[in-house]
Ligand binder design. Structure first.
Ligand code: C2E
Ligand code: MG
Ligand code: MG
Length: 655
């Protein structure tokens, strides 16, 4: 009895042969427990139901086949008993396993594959594997058979009985030496691995998304740190960085770099009168125009408020930078405020050749030059040159001198008497600051007041003068033989009114020195109080409530005089020396002084003439009805200890 190792291939063979009608086939099986030979007819009937038979083999119902062609000994094909443990092993494998006929029919499938495909084993056997695959997928099983297909793996998507997709890795190997027709397949379920892969892809995508979010946030932060929020222009930090870069390059190449400092003229007025929204729109327009006028290589920055700056990293010469500034001045002049008013800018230029200097120095020079342009009337540019450098140095040293003098209490008031023109009695003294130098020489305010205003030193200066004048006044009020109504007049800079609470400073000094408040007269310089901010008006009113008087100094020289007269809480007005000078000689001046005195009286205020030097001037002032006067005719300013107590009198002719 010949035996072939595998009954499945034997059956296949038998089926083929039987289908050709050439052979007798009987089969023996253990179905139902007892070995039983099939008659030829039975076998044929079975073979008619080839599928069932195949399934029967697959599930272990049949153990052997007998095939005979009638002429020779029937051949019996049995499943080796020895195969059974392997079969059990295959049944219990973690992976699916199947045997596939050359036609792609599943001849055998283990339980795991049946589970995988949610299909009972009996149904699986005899089915085509293709029935569990997508129609688009064509696998050339035939070519995978034989030695060349051995060990091949392919990834496939199978569909289980419920239509669910099951990704599998299919391992292909031929059945063995004796069975080169069928193929053995293993199916490794890739579902969880795929899910894991997908999760990894999802996670890495999420991570990539987060990373790009982070990068975007970082870019936004960097932009915020380097750009101006309103205009989108570079900010000061970025500009400084770019200037330093240009200077380093200039040091290598010998090129010139230019920095232009741009400040809008009277922008504050637009902001105050037309509101911040209009102000912002103007700033945006200016930014756009500057950008449009300049080259890509130039950097335009907003430094804050209405200040802009431009870096031209390479200019051929000084003339180039001037041209550029002139172009920018013209461009800004094309911007309009909400009511159509023309805008203008003052531009300062600083040039560095061959990398000289630093970013901060260039910006400082350009800013200084900008102030020069502004002082020349604005709407123009100015360069930082040697003369300006000298001026800056002089100002710096003046500032040093003043600071030291203030520290050492060498700023002292001189006093100039103010007389009542009607009685000839002394009405009071104006305290005028003097800087006593280390060598004892004395500087007049012309040498230090401007510097004091610019540097802010006018604040300590004002306080020191006020303290000394009030102290002096309190001594005089105790011991003097003067008119009981006498007062001390002290000059106040508008800068003293701006920050903090000047009214409280005045109140404290009055209470510390003991000067009666009504004996203190504060003189505000008209040019200096252009800005009639409500807070300033409130402070002045408070000072008047304490009992001190407020007056307007240098009347006629300033700006919007009548507005000031109307809105400030005033007690007196000082007619500027320049008008007093022409009295008796200049008809125009006479008319002005006469009109001012009338105006002042009509407002119920006191008139005081400054700078009276001649008796002719004095006569005219009396004729015009002026209340009080001061001037060299009576006495120049002098230190308190030099004042001849009670010695001041009007020249006898005028009594
Ligand atoms: P001002 O307040 O108008 O003071 C009057 C100025 O005219 C004083 O100049 C005074 O010396 C001068 N003067 C008085 N009589 C005559 C005269 O007959 N002929 C001429 N040509 N000049 C006369 P001074 O002392 O040089 O002060 C100049 C200015 O400096 C003051 O003008 C005032 O605006 C400012 N100033 C003085 N002291 C202080 C101070 O303590 N604080 C502040 N903020 N400014 C002060
Ligand atoms: Mg004065
Ligand atoms: Mg004056």
């Amino acid at each position: 009895m010949a035996e072939t190792p595998h009954p499945i291939s034997a059956l296949d063979l038998a089926v083929e042969q039987a289908a050709g009608g050439q052979v007798d086939v009987s089969a023996a099986g253990l179905a139902g427990g007892g070995r039983r030979a099939l008659t030829y007819e039975e076998a044929l009937a079975r073979l008619d139901e080839a599928e069932d038979t195949l399934r029967a083999i697959g599930v272990g119902e049949i153990d052997a086949f007998v095939v005979s062609d009638g002429s020779s000994e029937p051949r019996v094909y049995t499943l080796f008993t020895a195969d059974r443990p392997y079969r059990r092993f295959v049944e219990n494998m973690r992976d699916g396993a199947a045997t596939l006929s050359p036609m792609g029919v599943i001849l055998y499938a283990n339980r795991r594959l049946a589970d995988l495909l949610s299909c009972p084993p009996a149904e699986l056997l005899g089915s085509e594997l293709a029935a569990f695959m997508s129609h688009d997928v064509v696998v050339d099983w035939e070519s995978l058979m034989g030695p060349q297909g051995h060990g091949t793996t392919i990834e496939l998507d199978l569909f289980d009985a419920h239509g669910r997709t099951i990704p599998v890795l299919v391992g292909v190997s031929p059945m063995g030496e004796d069975d080169d027709r069928n193929t053995c397949l293993t199916f490794t379920d890739l579902s969880s691995q795929k899910a894991q892969d997908q999760e990894i892809v999802r996670l890495s995508q999420a991570q990539a998304d987060r990373l790009s979010d982070l990068q975007a946030a970082q870019a936004a932060l960097t932009r915020q740190a380097t750009h101006d929020a309103l205009t989108g222009l570079a900010n000061r930090d970025l500009l400084v960085d770019r200037i330093d870069q240009a200077l380093r390059q200039g040091a290598r190449t010998g090129d010139c770099a230019a920095v232009l400092f741009i400040d809008l003229d009277r922008f504050k007025q637009i902001n105050v009168t037309q509101g911040h929204a209009v102000g912002n729109r103007v700033l945006e327009e200016v930014a756009d125009r500057l950008l449009a006028t300049l080259r890509d290589m130039d950097t335009v920055a907003r430094l804050g408020g209405d200040e802009f700056a431009v870096l031209a990293p390479v200019v051929s010469n000084h003339h180039d930078a001037m041209e550029m500034a002139a172009r920018l001045v013209r461009e800004v002049a094309r911007c309009r405020g909400a009511t159509g008013e023309v805008l203008s800018a003052s531009i300062g230029i600083s040039i560095s050749d061959g990398g000289r200097g630093s970013a901060e120095l260039m910006l400082h020079e350009a800013e200084t030059a900008m102030y020069r342009a502004k002082s020349l009337g604005g709407a123009r540019s100015a360069s930082f040159d040697r003369a300006l450098a000298d001026e800056v140095r002089a100002r710096a040293s003046a500032q040093d001198t003043l600071r030291t003098a203030l520290d050492e209490r060498r700023v002292v008031p001189y006093y100039q008497p103010i007389l009542n023109l009607a009685s000839g009695a002394i009405a009071g003294f104006e305290a005028l600051a003097r800087l006593v130098q280390v060598d004892g020489s004395v500087l007049a305010p012309a040498a230090f007041i401007a510097v004091a205003e610019d540097s802010g030193l006018v604040l300590p200066l004002g306080t020191q003068v006020l303290e000394q004048a009030c102290l002096q006044g309190s001594l005089w009020q105790e011991y003097s033989r003067w008119d009981n109504g006498f007062a001390v007049a002290v000059n106040v800079s508008s800068r003293q009114l701006q920050p903090g609470d000047f009214a409280s400073v005045v109140r404290d000094i009055l209470s510390n020195t003991g000067l009666a408040p009504q004996r203190l007269h504060l003189e505000l310089t008209e040019t200096a109080i252009m800005d009639l901010h409500p807070e300033i008006l409130r402070q002045l009113s408070r000072i008047r409530e304490y009992g001190a008087q407020i007056g307007l100094d240098d009347f006629g020289t300033g700006y919007a005089s009548l507005t000031h007269l109307r809105r400030l809480p005033l007690d007196f007005v000082k007619v500027d020396r320049s008008f007093v000078q022409g009295l008796g000689t200049d008809a125009g001046d006479e008319r002005i002084v006469g009109a001012v005195i009338d105006l002042v009286h009509n407002l119920g205020l006191r008139s005081i003439a400054e700078g009276v030097e001649t008796t002719k001037q004095l006569d005219r002032l009396r004729e015009l009805g002026c209340d009080q006067a001061q001037g060299y005719l009576f006495a120049p300013p002098a230190p308190a200890e030099e004042l001849l107590l009670g010695g001041y009198e009007l020249p006898s002719a005028q009594r």
